[in-house]
Design a protein around this ligand. Sequence first.
Ligand SMILES: [Zn+2]
Length: 270
Amino acid sequence: MNAIPVFLYHAVSCDPPAWLAPYTVSPRTFVEHLDMIADNGLHLVPLRQLVAALHGGPELPPRCAVLTFDDGYADFASTVAPLLAARGLPATLYVTTNALTNPGTPSRRGPFPSVAMLSWAQVGELDAAGVEIGGHSRSHAQLDTLPRKAVREEVGGCKRELEDALGHSLTSFAYPHGYSSRRVRAMVGEAGWTSAAAIRASAFSSVRDDPLWFARLMVRADTGRERFTLWTRGEGAPVAPFAEGARTRGWRAYRRTREWAGRPYRALPA
Ligand SMILES: [Zn+2]
């Protein structure tokens, strides 16, 4: 099966807060990654092209990959977008709406402490510049531990807020922390999202993957050149779709129990 890397980045910065550092790469490393992608013959395509193929649409070009960014850190506008624009590369940016700032009004309590987040105006500018904006919930909650009503608020509310702000419909969602369940995935589809990005323990996607649960490769501070090179060759990680493992199910049960007991597991972004 043809392994399709959908790379997942968080912050691209030299000075992240300590909690974010494991999920941050430096601008220099990010440029190296873009070079390695090109040098190894990978062709970056917009996410919608992969999603169209997952829905049975036109075939993808051979050896393609997708770039995605989660959460909505301010460095996307200052660092990432200019680097992508200079190379003419497509990307999808999934934003958490409660974390987006609005100058002049006190920011809502966001889930990402001590780090600059994008403003609503910047998200509008990125959208106008051709970056695909996707939803990443309102508060970055662990959706698979929440009651239905709360999931609907997070998934549908985030879509309404973004569509109102940008003036057009959006189709791409990413699960906060990568966490979902069959019920959450169904509700994401009911809310009108036509694709939803997961992590699946860091795996390649493929044309047989689930559009509402497609796998991504999480690029972390400790990913390293060797591993990234393997990924650009379609090696070094499993290829989705595959069945959910017992470990993932057990981990969800643990997080749900904590949530019900009023002591939620404090997950860091992913
Ligand atoms: Zn996230």
